[in-house]
Design a protein. Structure first.
Length: 163
């Protein structure tokens, strides 16, 4: 006898195993990606910080502010050789972050497309499975009908040959 395979039961078991073995609620894998707004905000913030490297901070109009500005200018002049390196490094960090953000956005789009494709395939499998079940039922009935007709015809043929 041929056992029928219930694809839905197998898929449900696989999903349960995956959820049990790989539970990542902190990553937000159970929800749809929110888009690239957070990455865009972080990139803008890094870019604005890039423009501040090597610049003097604002000083309040007090004696303490004036002395602080004088000390900052002195340190800035002493580190004239280091500021371009800091700016270059910071620019590299910003570029690297932008590339990472772009890769994450591309992965989010691919993930969304994969989820949509999985849903489409799941629907198609359900349709095919129900069609297969109908065909099996129809073939089962037709097979019995044909088998009984064949048996009757065989008996009739034997009877006419022997009689």
């Amino acid at each position: 006898m041929v056992d029928t395979i219930d694809v839905q039961v197998i898929m449900r078991e696989i999903r349960e195993r995956i959820r049990k073995d790989f539970d990542f609620p902190e990553l937000g894998l159970d929800r749809e990606p929110s888009g690239s707004t957070q990455n865009d905000d972080l990139t803008a913030s890094l870019r604005s910080a890039l423009n501040l490297v090597g610049k003097l901070p604002p000083q309040p109009p007090t004696l303490r502010g004036w002395v602080g500005a004088l000390l900052v200018k002195t340190v800035r002049r002493a580190l004239f050789w280091y500021t371009p390196q800091l700016q270059s490094f910071h620019a590299s960090v910003v570029r690297g972050f932008e590339r990472q953000a772009g890769a994450l956005n591309a992965l989010a789009v691919a993930d969304r497309e994969n989820r949509e494709e999985i849903e489409r395939l799941r629907t198609q499998v359900e349709i095919l499975q129900s069609g297969l079940e109908r065909a099996n039922r129809l073939l089962g009935v037709d097979a019995v009908t044909h088998e009984s007709r064949l048996a009757v015809t065989s008996r009739a043929a034997r009877a006419s040959d022997g009689g």
